[in-house]
Design a protein around this ligand. Structure first.
Ligand code: ADP
Ligand code: MG
Length: 731
């Protein structure tokens, strides 16, 4: 097969790429040997640090005590020696600016000596603080351009690690990124603050329940990452995928996911090989990846770790996305983390499993054997229900992006209405409490599977309702509306903060009752009943995709914020600013800066898509269609010249007219889009965002529709873009 255009070249190259180089061997090195081998973890710290230094560092890591600056030099020296043994020449402070991706700047350990030689240096000061030029990162107006300085501060609660490259390694130090005036410029600082806020309030509640052994409460997170893998040659032949992360054109394939043959299907060899290497890399970094499987859409997969404390889970999640991207390249694949790379095909999300646990290892959302007796569990559960009800809009803001707008409410992902699914068992208990106390519980117990060779399976307390954005799943809540490409920091920051507020409310009530000499059980009962009565509107156990739910939710007064533009303004509401301020998670200025950045990002995303749509229409699709039109006209002309009677050419003439129509329609729509994008909305960022939503997106969709129609008409050998049937089905 000859390669007449980039698309054909991609298909040809793919047919030649069938041998997979062996790159990992778990027989030579077992997972146990590999796991965390590139992490400066507790074990390494213990082996390499003097005992008192090790102890102090552990107190900061485990108990959240302030870091003793006097130990920094010793820790830095130990880190450097360890890293150099692992081949490191450089170190980097890694941070998570509000661009949503990871940032790093590498500095070498090398320092010149007086005699013209070199030594390897890494001081405590360099470990604790870095000063990257902050002027190129979004600050949402916090940082004036004349004050470009920002600094990175070592986060000892997330261990340093080694980043490997074929040509060397670097020591990576997780940090928080703040402005010169101490304001958060990143995703991590507020996450850490929110964990602290929740811990303080949760500890008050635990004390009331007589728990005196725990000293800290952590939030835990296990994020399930969905992603697509397609052949890299296709990727490079699609300028929209390269620049916008999603396809801006593409007719529906004849075979989509209607055969339902992909989910949990056998994993293609090349993909499995890629997964194995990605997992090996993640094991080295101490990321506890646990499951892998095919997802619902063709060419879609999932990887999920065992949960960890939120801060570590966040860092490991960023590493997971980065590793998937990097390793995919080695297998001739491209990893797509966009929420909706292919229209009409299921998009990707990131289920955010979330709970709270004490430093003594108790999961506070674990009902135990007799859930109705477990008052403590119910109190923590009620705190979450109340939080989600009161602050549903903020949770919606936390997952808002141009990409996620394609998923939410599209019958593949939860709706934009934030509601809670509890499941039969918990719902039953909650209903009884509201009515004045729980006496019985629906049988949890065991479920007989009817096949005696199988072990008895414990019945899942919450069965699986995939249509709910926020579901109780036995011993944790699962926030399902989180998007595939986003950092989990913001959703968890919001979650932690709103639950902290609820726990504060609960603790204050119970403490006051206690002071007044009221019976503890009685005050818990009454408080739970009151909370449920007031907040039960957010609970919905039915089908979240249904039309009735949208009507019902409206009746209940639940916000239905369909787009990012609808959602983001809730971030700067009076209640939001007060909430984040009260729990010291975000100052008013920080809230405003985030509001600006989210909207700016939305505007920029749509703008890139608009530019890309125009370019592809003008330079790829329309030229191909014109070429085909010329060929058809030529062949009709030749037939006429050869004496074929006009009557028998009528169908071809009709087809030619149809084609001409489609082309001129495409041209018109493209011109209209170009016109809209040149006309700039006046006003603030919100006005720009509204304009993008109301004018640019519909105009862009119209061009796409015209382009997708042409794809079904124009001769296959002229069509320039890899098609859905190729990208999704040739593996
Ligand atoms: P699925 O939702 O696909 O059925 P699982 O129920 O197996 O998947 O678990 C999903 C994720 O939930 C895993 O990453 C797991 O580690 C995480 N998880 C389990 N317990 C907790 C917890 N207490 N806190 C946070 N995440 C948890
Ligand atoms: Mg899940």
């Amino acid at each position: 097969m000859g390669a007449s255009n980039a698309r054909h070249a991609a298909v040809v190259a793919l047919t030649n790429f069938r041998t997979i180089p062996p790159r990992v061997n778990f027989k030579e090195k077992t997972v146990k040997e590999i796991f965390a081998s590139n992490v400066f973890n507790e074990e390494v710290q213990k082996a390499r640090l003097p005992k008192p230094v090790f102890k102090k560092l552990q107190q900061t890591i485990k108990k959240g005590l302030a870091l003793d600056p006097s130990i920094a030099d010793v820790v830095a020296a130990a880190m450097r020696d360890w890293a150099v043994e692992k081949g490191a020449t450089h170190y980097t402070h890694i941070f998570h600016p509000l661009t949503g991706v990871t940032a790093e700047k590498h500095d070498s350990f090398v320092a010149p000596t007086e005699d013209g030689g070199a030594m390897l240096e890494f001081s405590g000061k360099e470990l604790v603080q870095g000063e990257p030029d902050a002027s190129s990162f979004p600050s949402g107006g916090i940082r004036a351009t004349f004050e470009a300085r920002g600094y990175t501060a070592w986060d000892p609660t997330s261990p340093a690690y080694i980043l490997e490259n074929p040509n060397g390694t670097a020591l990576v130090i997780p940090t928080a990124f703040v402005s010169w005036t101490g304001e958060a410029l990143d995703e991590k600082t507020p996450l850490l603050r929110s964990m602290e806020a929740l811990s303080i309030q949760a500890m008050r509640v635990l004390k009331l329940f007589g728990n005196h052994s725990a000293t800290k409460v952590f939030t835990t997170v296990g994020p399930e990452q969905e992603y697509f893998l397609i052949d890299r040659n296709f990727y490079f032949a699609r300028p929209d995928l390269i620049n916008a992360g999603r396809t801006l054109f593409g007719a529906k394939p004849p075979k989509g996911q209607e055969m339902e043959d992909h989910y949990f299907g056998s994993i293609p060899e090349r993909v499995l090989a890629c997964m194995l290497e990605a997992e090996q890399e993640l094991y080295k970094l101490g990321v506890p990846v646990k499951t892998r499987h095919n997802e619902v859409a063709p060419a879609q997969y999932e990887i999920a770790p065992i949960f960890e404390n939120s801060n570590l889970a966040h860092d490991h999640q960023m590493l997971t996305m980065e590793t998937l991207r990097r390793v995919a390249e080695k297998y001739g694949l491209a990893c797509l983390l966009h929420e909706k790379p292919f229209a009409g095909v299921n998009g990707s999300g990131k289920h955010n499993n979330w709970s709270m646990a004490t430093d003594t290892g108790e999961n506070l959302l674990n009902p135990g054997d007799t859930p109705h007796e477990n008052a403590q569990f119910l109190v923590f559960c009620a705190a979450v229900i109340r939080a989600v009800n009161k602050h549903a809009a903020l949770l919606r803001v936390a997952i808002a992006s141009a990409g996620n707008d394609h998923r939410l409410g599209a019958n593949e992902a939860p709706p934009a209405i934030i509601s809670i699914y509890l499941g039969d068992q918990l719902q039953d208990i909650i209903t009884q409490i509201e009515a004045g106390g729980a006496k019985t519980t629906k049988k949890g117990g065991h479920m007989e599977v009817g096949v005696t060779v199988l072990p008895k399976l414990p019945r899942d307390a919450g069965d699986r309702n995939r249509t709910s954005p926020f579901a109780f799943t036995g011993n944790k809540f699962e926030f399902r509306a989180v998007s595939s490409g986003q950092s989990v920091a913001t959703p968890n920051t919001v979650l932690n903060t709103i639950v902290a507020e609820s726990l504060d409310y609960i603790a204050s009530k119970l403490e006051a009752d206690h002071k007044a000499g009221k019976d503890f059980n009685k005050s818990v009962q009454e408080l739970l009943a009151a909370i449920i009565k007031e907040n039960k509107g957010v609970i919905f156990n039915g089908n979240g995709y249904s039309e009735e739910w949208h009507k019902e939710a409206e009746k209940r007064g639940l916000p239905n914020l369909k787009t990012t533009v609808d959602a983001v303004p809730h971030l700067i509401s009076k209640e939001s600013i007060e909430l984040f301020g009260k729990y010291k998670v975000l100052t008013e200025r920080e809230v405003h800066s985030r509001y600006e950045i989210y909207l700016e990002k939305y505007v920029k995303t749509i703008n890139i898509e608009v530019q890309m749509t125009t370019v592809i229409a003008k330079t790829m699709i329309i030229p191909a269609a014109l070429e085909y039109q010329k060929n058809v006209a030529k062949s009709i002309g030749a037939a006429k010249a050869a004496g074929v009677p006009a009557a028998s050419l009528a169908e071809q003439e009709k087809m030619l007219t149809g084609l001409a129509h489609a082309i001129s329609d495409m041209q018109k729509k493209t011109d209209a889009l170009a016109h809209h994008s040149e006309h700039h909305a006046s006003g603030d960022t919100l006005a720009h965002a509204k304009y993008s939503l109301d004018k640019l997106i519909p105009a862009m969709n119209a061009v796409r529709q015209a382009g997708d129609l042409l794809e079904t008409i124009v001769s296959d050998d002229l069509w320039p873009l890899p098609t859905y049937r190729e990208m999704l089905f040739i593996k």
